[in-house]
Design a protein around this ligand. Sequence first.
Ligand code: CTP
Ligand code: MG
Length: 233
Amino acid sequence: MTAQLNARGDVAVVVPAAGAGVRLGPGAPKALRLLDGRPLLVHAIRRIAAAPSVRMIVIAAPPAGVEDVRTLLADVAPVTVVPGGAERQESVAAALAVVPEDVAVVLVHDAARCLAPVSLFERVAAAVRDGADAVIPVLPVVDTIKEVTPDGAVLGTVDRSVLRAVQTPQGFRASVLRAAHAAAADSHTDDAGAVEKLGRTVVCVPGSDHALKITRPIDLALAAHLLTLPDAD
Ligand code: CTP
Ligand code: MG
């Protein structure tokens, strides 16, 4: 059944989904690979569309797959699909360009984090609504982290208590994200990083184990297991 979005919602979600998925191994673009019989993108969009604040969803699709993505999602939720770019940042910019000016809050969410729970979208959006320019969901770093030389000699141990692993959805006041993208020269900067470079404050909210990014084959196995569990924060 097609989900309905909230016409009175104040949030647009931009979904970069144009990547190849090289680290997942040969096959279709990552967003179209299957998890429990459905493309990752369908899992992601179902959760986004169920978030009560969401008015609009814009997907940056693989350029050759724009029509396929429209067809795939026709019965899932109302979405706008644009061709993505060669770099993630270009894909985000292409999708952001079609978000109307009257949308106050923009969330940027990787299709590859397809099990991010509804509650996480609402938590990030709420923090932007409460006044933050930019909001990132984070988890503590669990591994010991070493700084090493290029040939693998250990220089030292990093204090992991001050480190966080960053997820998506990342949330922004729409005008701040637009300004950050306009100013971003370094194509490897993530969205929140571009906001940091503007000198604006980025705040953290608790992330979710379910928002893991499917990157390597083992992540697909883990995600298949997560699907058997109830959604969690
Ligand atoms: N992405 C995008 N446009 C690109 C590159 C990436 O929209 N040119 C999206 C991916 O589709 C994904 C998200 O950005 O949803 C995070 O990127 P990543 O996990 O690196 O995905 P891929 O680039 O597809 O994977 P890989 O780097 O292994 O090829
Ligand atoms: Mg990539």
